[in-house]
Design a protein around this ligand. Structure first.
Ligand SMILES: [Cu+2]
Length: 135
């Protein structure tokens, strides 16, 4: 009897240690996603087949940055489901819905003109793209 109780207590201790280790591992992974200090930030909204710089009227505006910039995109969806993607920099937000936001960062380490677009459905073919200019 006493022997069984000891084994049971031992198992509880082992389980508690495993649970603590899992919590620590999970916490460590979240820290990896911490953001750098950006050189340039764009607050974008998306609805219909257009991106906008928040508060401005121009549809799918040129986004201009300097080579080497840490670029931060804060995307807010104001209609439909969309994401924001630039293939050449492996930059892509999640596909998100009305009222949701997602933030990504990437380093614009190559100069030139690159297409940013929405990868949802046929949005890109229907005109939901613009130009990221890296000077
Ligand atoms: Cu879209």
């Amino acid at each position: 009897m006493t022997h069984n109780i000891l084994i049971r207590r031992f198992m509880y201790v082992v389980l508690a240690i495993l649970a603590a280790a899992l919590l620590i591992a999970a916490g460590g992974q979240e820290e990896v996603e911490e953001l750098d200090e950006p050189d340039v930030v764009f607050d974008l909204t998306a609805e219909g087949r257009e991106f906008y710089i928040a508060g401005e009227d121009e549809q799918n505006p040129d986004l201009v940055v300097r080579q080497g910039d840490v670029v931060q995109i804060n995307l807010e969806i104001t209609g439909g489901n969309h994401d924001w993607v630039v293939d050449e920099f492996n930059a892509a937000t999640e596909v998100i819905s009305v009222g949701d936001t997602d933030t990504i960062q990437f380093v614009a380490d190559e100069s030139g003109e690159f297409e940013y677009y929405c990868s949802v459905g046929a949005h890109r073919a229907e005109g939901m793209y613009g130009t990221l200019i890296v000077e």
